[in-house]
Design a protein around this ligand. Sequence first.
Ligand SMILES: [Zn+2]
Length: 474
Amino acid sequence: MGEYIVSARKYRPMSFDSVVGQSALTTTLKNAVKSGKLAHAYLFCGPRGVGKTTCARIFAKAINCLTPTEAGEACNHCESCEAFNDQRSYNIFELDAASNNSVENIKTLMDQTRIPPQVGKYKVFIIDEVHMLSTAAFNAFLKTLEEPPAHVIFILATTEKHKILPTILSRCQIYDFERMTVPGIIDHLKGVAEKEGIAYEEEALAVIAEKADGGMRDALSIFDQAASFAQGNLTYESVIADLNVLDSDNYFNIIDLAIENKVSDIMLLVNNIIAKGFDGGNLVNGLASHVRNVLMAKDESTLPLLEVSARQRERFKAQAQKCPTPFLYKALQVMNQCDIQYRASSNKRLLVELTLIQVAQITQPEDEPAAGRSPKSLKSLFRKLASPQPKPAQQVVGGEKTMARTTSATRTETIIALATASPNPANTATTTSLQTSSTPTANNTHRNAYGETEIAQLVLRLPTLNADRKKWEW
Ligand SMILES: [Zn+2]
């Protein structure tokens, strides 16, 4: 069995043409090689894992190649190229500024700039994470950068361009590396899977690409891990199980249920998801991204903004046709509110559930204001709880129905009145007479705001005057 090499290293691009997703930039670099018009310093900026160091190495090899191709690529078989390929070239120096950021490190490197190359034309100095250099190191470096020897080329790489001093920026040709797109990563992973003889489902690669968040190195590392877990057959199920990603079916289901106002079904689904160990906050955030995708899928012109596989795109399109745009706007708004409150919330699960209930209530028609004690929907209940409490003893709508609060409030007042007036022990009789006397207009549905026993208990808790009416007794 041969030595195992991780895919990120094994499939590291060796030429400009094999670099994925940076075509504009590699074309410019190839043209520079062809024309021989080279700057003294280059700055490669961009997120991690998008090919900054890889491009720097390819560039270093190409400008030192003794017989470059017409297209501006290295020939790969001259003396210099072979030295590069065997990693024994003396024309390339790499410094990782994250771990070697002292002024001594830079001075040692700058000493190397004085000696011209033996083979090839240029000595290339690649400084990775250049923003990590200490101030003293920066100053030492600036001295050489101002007037470098003709055979020296610096390539600086950084993930944080804003931390680079203007004095350095103004001396560099700046190249911004793009974040890789999901379809771009999927295409590359397909190629790798075919070379490795790994069977795959496109959906599975899409999950990996999404998880990689625009970085090819991350994508290849995740790919290796998932392929090892799935034992050479990358299915959608195996990948989501390995990466602990929530199946996107759940998001589609929640939105389908929300349009139909099926609150209890959503609650059961959420319970299942949380029971599997998924975080409620991530669930709401994932759902928000899902709703954003549905919104994008509503219009043909925004459809390309979906970074998903072709099959998923069709599913989003189908769901978008079912969802009214105001529903999507409102749902995003509600979930955004949840995201803001999530960190501070002491009952995170309740917040998640409330948020999803609210989403499920968006398309529900309004209840009649006189729905009373047993509202048809939870929506009106929440509204009542949130709104300022109405004054007691207020009759609502034509005397037919009485607000539950009003009923119980009136009843309590009557209980107090009667209990104070009647001597002990007449509680049971008082309670019975109360039911009819205090709520003459209430119909049967609303009369049972308090059960008989509860009223009995309530009455027992009230103070009464003793027999000679001189002293309150509890
Ligand atoms: Zn060559």
